[in-house]
Design a protein around this ligand. Structure first.
Ligand SMILES: [Zn+2]
Length: 317
């Protein structure tokens, strides 16, 4: 894989040198466009809201073919697109390690402002946690930061404010528009967060049972929920062991939970096996982590988070 990335980087370097000769430095001054590339859908939807009605902004989503962020590798075209952007917004965790390589020659810091949102979150970034019953990965990563920072409306608010400041600075002509958009969008984020708090304050159960991977740590922590899960974070494992299935079905029975949770993209096999093993009656519900959502998915960050709240109500009320 390392060799392949090096090859792609070398190719991109040649392409950018050629492009540089042909067109000179691209960017706002030359093309009149302020180009923003955003790595994944939820962050893209935030930036789309923040830049609404801003003039001469060109926004593109990098991972837009249904691949999930953990298995994405940039193509030469992707690299050229990023190198040609005025701003590049990404999460900045384990799955984005390729950006470090690209910063070595492809992405020019004086041309492209690189916005790492895990950094922007500072000490509110969490690590993936191992709770009782979770299946360990063969190659255990130590203390990896949990990359699913967008699955918290509170994080969304902080990060949109931080993004907005950067946008206002980098593209001063649209500063007022960015400011206005940020006020109204963070208002909507706050409103939905308040709906979560209100709805979940009436909860009958306080535990979610994920018969799946677990990208929702930020969300459960926001509302003081407990959880069990088959795998930590977005583990590469997808086969649950006998022990994992037995543990989860015991918990389902013991806590008499009304629901088992799966995440987007799951074939629900583990959930079905857990349900069958437990002998309980429970509904299988899906929480959408938006990890492989595309720009034309017909949803927004807020609409997905609203649907997630409806699922949580069924699982906890
Ligand atoms: Zn994930």
């Amino acid at each position: 894989m390392k060799k392949l990335i090096a090859l792609v980087l070398a190719l991109v370097l040649c392409l950018s040198v050629l492009a540089g000769c042909a067109a000179g430095n691209a960017g706002k001054t030359e093309t009149g466009k302020f180009k923003i590339t955003v790595s994944i859908y939820p962050l893209y939807d935030w930036v789309k809201n923040l830049t609404h009605d801003a003039e001469n902004v060109e926004l593109s989503l990098l991972v837009d073919n249904g691949t999930d962020m953990h298995s994405y590798q940039p193509t030469a075209d992707d690299m050229v697109g990023i190198a040609d952007s005025d701003m590049f917004v990404y999460v900045g965790g384990e799955s984005d390690k390729w950006v470090d390589d690209a910063m070595n020659g492809i992405i020019q810091p004086d041309k492209t402002e690189v916005v790492n949102l895990l950094d922007a979150l500072g000490d509110r970034a969490k690590t993936e946690e191992a709770v009782e019953g979770m299946q360990k990965e063969a190659e255990e990563e130590e203390e990896a930061a949990d990359e699913h920072i967008w699955l918290s409306l509170k994080n969304a608010e902080t990060l949109c404010e931080s993004l907005s400041e950067k946008l206002q600075k980098a593209d001063a002509a649209n500063a007022e528009t960015y400011k206005k958009n940020t006020e109204s969008y963070t208002e909507e984020l706050k409103k939905l967060d308040a709906s979560y708090m209100e709805a979940l304050s009436a909860k009958k159960y306080d535990t979610l049972l994920f018969a799946d991977r677990f990208p929702f740590r930020y969300l459960v922590d926001d509302y003081g929920l407990k959880y069990y899960a088959a795998f930590a974070g977005c583990s590469a494992e997808s086969e649950a062991s006998f022990e994992t299935v037995a543990f989860l079905s015991d918990k389902l029975r013991e806590l008499s939970l009304p629901a088992i949770i799966t995440i987007d993209g799951s074939d629900k096999k583990i959930a079905e096996t857990v349900l069958k093993t437990s002998g309980c009656k429970a509904e299988i519900l899906t929480l959408d982590s938006m990890q492989s959502a595309t720009a034309d998915c017909g949803e927004t960050y807020l609409s997905v988070m609203e649907s997630n709240l409806e699922a949580l109500k069924k699982a906890l009320l």
